[in-house]
Write a protein that binds this ligand. Structure first.
Ligand code: SAH
Length: 343
């Protein structure tokens, strides 16, 4: 098994069968993590990049079956942040050393192109040296273009799963994988640093799906890949499904690091939610980004994508400090930089 890991490390690619083996078989897992960590350190040293996550709204017109803020969850208490709320989060974040702000939300019609462009311009006016990442779901080419021209630098849109059949089991009929993919290629064409990704252990996911996810990412060539375990939410149709595991997520992080040596790879909040040291373990398995929460404390519990989400009770400064300690505890160091991908 070590030979497959070495091959992936040297060639950044494997056959479908070899990937399947790495994903499913009883391998020398520590060797996999260490190999991924070596590659990560070759390109990024001990640096960990910070992204300040601002959850701007939990209104959503979509009805993704896994997601706690889906339209038909009538128990979700809805909120949206005003422009001033968002600027206040950025002001606070800048003071705390953040140089990237991620504006994420459900697909909320309140945030028209005009509203978004005004917000983007104001943040860029206040903090020209900071990067703005958007994560607002599917929008038209024109919409993406306008927001890019207004100053947005990056966009995160996970493809969630890259096989039609599986996609259809996770999403309502009016959503399509073809549309998702089109959005992702549009984002790249416009010039965004683009992030995609998927959930690990989502309902009905087969190991073969994960190989397809890698193949799709090889076509897309994203700058960032966000993955985290699926975690069930009690008020969704998937309430009774098992959540993904920490082990499989770590394994996939390492496989992704070895396949995409320079990619930006976050140790996600979902990983920290299923295991108390999930994010630290993620960093040791190849991840090089953390995304502490910068949202106002009053809305954090409401951005309820999955059960028991961590970091919903603290101020941004506490989150920042907590992560700083966690990152240090495994020998890495948070840096106050924009943290663009190495080309
Ligand atoms: N509306 C935006 C932001 C979605 S939330 C968009 O469509 O891109 C960000 C990510 O959270 C999603 O892409 C999904 O992969 C993840 N997510 C949603 N529900 C989840 C759950 N139950 N468990 C784990 N991750 C989840």
């Amino acid at each position: 098994m070590r030979s497959i890991i070495d091959k992936l490390k040297n060639e950044n690619n494997l056959s479908d069968n070899e990937y399947l083996k790495l994903i499913t078989e009883d391998i020398d897992i520590q060797y996999l993590y260490n190999s991924a960590d070596e590659v990560r350190q070759k390109y990024y040293g001990k640096k960990v990049f910070l992204r300040g996550l601002i959850e701007i709204s939990n209104y959503c017109k979509n009805d993704c079956l896994y997601c706690g803020i889906r339209k038909s969850n009538k128990y979700a208490q809805r909120y949206r942040l005003s422009k001033e709320d968002i600027y206040a989060c950025c002001d606070n974040g800048y003071e705390l050393g953040f140089r990237t702000f991620v504006l994420q939300g459900g697909e909320d019609a309140y945030y028209t192109d005009d509203v978004m462009c005004e917000i983007i311009k104001e943040i860029k006016h206040r903090y020209p040296q900071c990067a703005i990442t958007l994560s607002l779901g599917e929008r038209s080419y024109d919409s993406y273009k306008k927001m890019f021209d207004a100053g947005a630098d990056r966009y995160l849109l996970r493809h969630e799963t890259s096989e039609e059949e599986h996609y259809a089991k996770l999403h309502p009929e009016n959503m399509s994988l073809a549309k998702r993919k089109e959005c992702l290629f549009n984002l790249k064409e416009i010039g965004y640093q683009t992030g995609s990704g998927f959930m690990v252990g989502s309902p009905y996911q087969k190991p073969e799906n994960l190989v397809s996810d890698i193949r799709f990412l090889q076509k897309l060539k994203p700058d960032m890949i966000g993955i985290g375990p699926f975690i069930r939410h009690k008020d969704t149709p998937f309430a009774n499904f098992e959540s993904g595991t920490c082990e499989m997520t770590l394994r996939m992080l390492s496989v992704l690091r070895l396949t995409f040596p320079k990619v930006l790879l976050p140790a996600t909040t979902a990983l920290g939610t299923i295991h108390p040291q999930g994010r630290e373990l993620g960093l040791k398995a190849g991840a090089n980004v953390v995304m502490p929460n910068l949202s106002p404390v009053k809305s954090r519990k409401l951005y309820d994508l999955y059960d028991n989400k961590i970091c919903t009770g603290e101020e941004a400064a506490e989150c920042r400090g907590c992560l700083e300690r966690r990152v240090k505890s495994v020998g890495y160091e948070i840096v106050s930089e924009r943290g663009d991908a190495i080309k």
